[in-house]
Design a protein around this ligand. Sequence first.
Ligand SMILES: [Zn+2]
Length: 378
Amino acid sequence: MKRLLLCLALASLAPARDLDRIEKLLEELTNAHGPSGFEGPVRAIVRRELAPLATRTETDGLGSLISVLEGPAGSPRVMMAAHMDELGMLVKYITPDGFVKFQTLGGWLDQGLISQRFLILTRKGPVLGITGLKTPHVMGQAERTRVFERDKMFLDVGATNKQDAEERLGIRPGDPIAPDSRFTPLNDGKLYLAKAWDDRVGLGVMIEVMRRLKQNPPPASVYAVATVQEEIGLRGAHTSAYQVKPDIGLSIEVGVASDYPGISMDEAQERVGAGPGVFLHDSSMLPNVKLRDFVAGAARDKGIPLQYELLSGYGEDGAEMQKVYGGAPSINISVPTRYLHNHNGLLSRADFDRAVDLVTEVIRRLDAGAVQRLKSFD
Ligand SMILES: [Zn+2]
């Protein structure tokens, strides 16, 4: 009887249907581990997907993957950028008792780090650990409502001591650490739950746009760039943009949804399910205003709903494409997402599909004349 109940409980959590092709791609992209500087597993997926769709594939000296779909001779260079890295950590040192202290990579919230499962990616394979949280049994009232600071945190990997952590588990200083969280269609509805939507959803959009452009080639040369180290300062976009020298920059990112309790329109404006977003302000760049109107025109003509976002924080790869050489008109197009920079984010399939429609249509319209008009300030 007990066993039957357990089976029923497990069955209720399993997806009620098979995943379709796009869901399988998004599942693979989000489940892959790629903290900043350790994007290899994600790069392998993107390379596998884009190599058959591109004229050629190359990397820059920092590790960003550049897949080129050559257009007609002399056609403008359109760079799409989506970043492969996710928030993570690095092993700092191991205490004599075998607990792992860490250095964070990217913009974590201290509350988001605590009492979570992480994987330490060692040379011997992934090692599961949890950021241990002191029990409330021993806390006074004041301590119970306090935020625990990251400097006091540690990972418990079940090691008996430092030597056990080093020798049996293979943990070394500098090993990357990634959140442990799996892709799931949430309660079999229209929203997908996963870690690392920032920016694996951008990679998914970019791959699907390239698939459509391969079928029906655009009037531009398209550079699909999967960048590294975005979360620690847009570093991969900086180097890859110099390699590509874009005429136009399209950053594809997560948007900040503000459609749940406790967040307001004053902080962010996108809603999940209301279509892709266009950033009008963030702390790293302002979009080119002609390109903004060009994107809005493409959306209007194709009946794609569009949202706008103005954030006071947030940086993105568009800022680097915009400033390369003499400068290039750039914009950030987003898929609205809830709960970013945590173990679990939520976004909608409909927004993903509409973002693919929008970016494809924008690139189809970027012929030499259109690009010349966008780049002109006369
Ligand atoms: Zn991002």
